[in-house]
Design a protein around this ligand. Sequence first.
Ligand code: FAD
Ligand code: FES
Length: 251
Amino acid sequence: MKHCDNFLVSEKKFLNTSFFKLKLKSKKALPEINPGQFVEIQVNSDSKVLLRRPISINDVDYTTNEVSLIIQTVGQGTKELAKISEGEELSLIYPLGNGFETKGENPLLIGGGVGIAPLLYLAKQFCAKGIKPDVLLGFRSKEQMIALDEFEKYSNLYISTQDGSIGEKGLVTENKIFLASHDVIYTCGPTPMMKAIAEHALKNNTECFASLENKMACGIGACLCCVQNTTQGHKCTCTEGPVFNVKDIIW
Ligand SMILES: Cc1cc2nc3c(=O)[nH]c(=O)nc-3n(C[C@H](O)[C@H](O)[C@H](O)COP(=O)(O)OP(=O)(O)OC[C@H]3O[C@@H](n4cnc5c(N)ncnc54)[C@H](O)[C@@H]3O)c2cc1C
Ligand code: FES
């Protein structure tokens, strides 16, 4: 069931020059939220940013009824959101999309850029099942890295940077942990990265799930602007995704 509620901005923290993290507190008990689900966040009442923006749920704390979001400022809506202050309120429609299942005994979670956001809660859910997952995060450089301390708590963490400023130099698909054996791969990040991971997984008969970030407007299956071509026809990324088994995706 979807909810539309106002949340209090209980914490706001800039992680570097383009990323910030919000902790948002609900006035009521949170419903069950799956890793990989997202919120549609209302920016403000300005007609230039009328459409809500889809943002992944980075973490959930049922004891305090807080959800965390990590947001990268890219355009007008996210720049407006970066101006919000602690104590103000934001309207969220949530939890949206299907989210990730926690399948596998030896999973590998791979995130690139802001695509790392939903993988923290996924790693936590694996830990709750007694499985500490391997997590591989890719960034352009050390300056772009975010949220590593939290991932360290819930995973065996591996890093790739394109300039080699930290971790292994190169793409995530060149990292030694990517080439090791895993029974399921979960990924979220830039499309070329996910496509390369999907090709590798299909070639090696490894089950693989990708969270797509198609452009969205309504977030509830009404406008059809987020459709993804799949082997079973066109699917709405907002309601039937954003997580798809890569064997079904026609990239
Ligand atoms: C399921 C999902 C989860 C996401 N999770 C995160 C996250 O955790 N953190 C984060 O920083 N970003 C995330 N994104 C991307 C984020 O939604 C866009 O960066 C944001 O909407 C851009 O808005 P803007 O007004 O700043 O940019 P503009 O380019 O000005 O946006 C114009 C319009 O296009 C839409 N749009 C633009 N880029 C995207 C995009 N990549 N995906 C979907 N819609 C887009 C916007 O919603 C808006 O309606 C996610 C996207 C999806 C689909
Ligand atoms: S965003 Fe409108 S149908 Fe998916």
